[in-house]
Design a protein around this ligand. Structure first.
Ligand SMILES: Cc1cc2nc3c(=O)[nH]c(=O)nc-3n(C[C@H](O)[C@H](O)[C@H](O)COP(=O)(O)OP(=O)(O)OC[C@H]3O[C@@H](n4cnc5c(N)ncnc54)[C@H](O)[C@@H]3O)c2cc1C
Length: 440
């Protein structure tokens, strides 16, 4: 639906706000995007780490082939070329003892594409693989309604009721669920987890292909979104916080007001409530789940693959940043991405880097004699909303009680976990909503 000539104000310059602004501009609106911080990108940004002087991301971000709205946004911004994606999923998984498995897609029609690698997945016994296959088949048959009905149950509970034991949950199911939902199956809504399994692993052959940024995350969105919005006659205001919002505009912390015909609030829930209490009368109470990243620079290559998942180790997922970004420094920069890192949040950064270095040396023979030249740690206690059972009923829809004002943000009712894809989809849904209202 067109927004030709309408003035649209968007609060919040994370991916949801950027997607809303780009979508509204594409429909002919004159957009003003307001972001509190000096840069766009929200929870997905890069910065120069002061101790190392290297540009790093606030946390390793990956997207999957099924993240079609995020990919389309980057294409629209002209920055898709700053990302790469595996032609088909390929992840090496191992445990501390060195047992190895591979999850990879074959060029077969979905859902058979995962069959050959799964039938040889070395981290499960043959009996465990058969039981897991039965559970996968049950999930595939659930359909959207069947999945939604599982929101009050934890995925761990559901898996155990379907024949999965602790070892299989840790060594297969959580390899998928922990990084995508940012918690372990026992703490994740079965609706959300079964959605991820279906959408990522089973619906299409390329759905689980892993993509990543080749440059710092900020380069993907900040300059390109500013350019696109300006070209469409709009503007981006950074370094100004929205203090109040209604369907007719935004008040900013410098005392100015931006008048608008419609407003999208793409803020974290507490901020959205503070600036527009009528739009979000109750705290959705979703809770938060942290993510910690530990960057280690070694004087030589220690990790042979671009990505390695490790079960039964605090390391979880390792990324070869040197290979991913083409970083010029000698040696190798690896990033350990720790989801649901509640325990690690309280550990001093230096101790954490030391503990992870120790673990990497235990896991990778090539690291044993390597010299650690630098390290850096990023922590975000509020990285994502908690994907816990009951989340679906707590996540509000884009439409609010305030005429002309819609909500966006990864925490709104997208059906997706807290991901870049969920954020982008929420922004587009919010624009659909205001466009309907403006057309009335
Ligand atoms: C360390 C880490 C790793 C992650 N890894 C992945 C991953 O691998 N894959 C994936 O898909 N997702 C990942 N995510 C999640 C993903 O980054 C987020 O879900 C997504 O970026 C959220 O976008 P958003 O626009 O909904 O919210 P936000 O990014 O939180 O945007 C909200 C914006 O509003 C601004 N704001 C707040 N108050 C005001 C105000 N009063 N006025 C104006 N502006 C205001 C904020 O500064 C912010 O820019 C990760 C997140 C983190 C933190």
């Amino acid at each position: 639906m067109s927004l030709r000539g309408a003035r649209v104000a968007v609060a919040g310059g994370g991916l949801a706000g950027i997607a809303a602004a780009v979508e509204a501009a594409g429909r002919g609106a004159v957009v003003t995007l307001v972001e509190r911080r000096p840069f766009l990108g929200g929870k997905a940004f890069s910065f120069t780490e002061p101790r190392s002087g290297v540009e790093i991301d606030n946390g390793q971000h990956v997207h999957l082939g099924c993240c079609t709205a995020y990919i389309a946004l980057l294409a629209r911004l002209g920055s898709l070329g700053l990302t790469a994606m595996q032609p088909v999923l390929h992840v090496d998984v191992r445990d501390r003892a060195g047992t190895h498995g591979v999850l990879t897609a074959r060029r077969l029609p979905a859902p058979l594409h995962m069959g050959p690698s799964f039938s040889r997945y070395g981290l499960l016994t043959r009996a465990e693989r058969l039981r897991a296959l039965r559970a996968l088949t049950t999930i595939a048959a659930l359909g959207p309604r069947g999945r939604d009905a599982l929101d009050d149950v934890s995925f761990g509970e559901w898996l155990r009721a379907h024949g999965q034991r602790d070892a299989a949950i840790e060594r297969f199911w959580d390899v998928v669920i922990l990084p995508t939902c940012n918690d372990r199956s026992d703490r994740v809504s079965a609706a959300l987890a079964s959605f991820v399994i279906t959408e990522g692993l089973m619906r299409t052959q390329g759905g689980a292909s892993i993509g990543w940024a080749l440059a710092g995350l900020s380069h993907l969105v900040d300059p390109p979104a500013r350019r696109l919005i300006a070209r469409a006659g709009g503007r981006v205001v950074t370094g100004r916080a929205v203090t109040a919002a209604d369907g007719a505009g935004l008040d900013l912390d410098d005392g100015t007001r931006i008048e608008a015909d419609a407003v999208v609030l793409a803020l974290p829930p507490a901020r959205a409530r503070a600036v527009a209490p009528r739009a979000l009368p109750h705290d959705p109470g979703l809770g938060e789940s942290p993510i910690v990243n530990v960057h280690l620079w070694y004087d030589r290559p220690v990790l042979e693959r671009p990505i390695l998942a490790v079960v039964d180790s605090p390391v979880q997922w390792m990324f070869d940043r040197t290979a991913i970004t083409g970083e010029g420094a000698p040696g190798q920069h690896i990033d350990l991405s720790l989801s649901a890192a509640r325990a690690e949040m309280g550990v001093p950064r230096e101790d954490l880097a030391g503990a992870m270095d120790h673990e990497v040396r235990a896991l990778l023979p090539a690291a044993r004699d390597a010299r650690l030249s630098r390290w850096a740690v990023t922590k975000d206690a509020r990285a994502t909303f908690a994907p816990a059972p009951g989340q679906a009923s707590r996540r509000p829809h884009a439409r609010t009680a305030v005429d002309g004002l819609a909500l966006a943000g990864t925490w709104t009712a997208t059906g997706w976990p807290a991901t870049m894809e969920g954020a982008v989809r929420s922004g587009i849904t919010a624009v659909d909503e205001i466009a309907r209202q403006v057309a009335r």
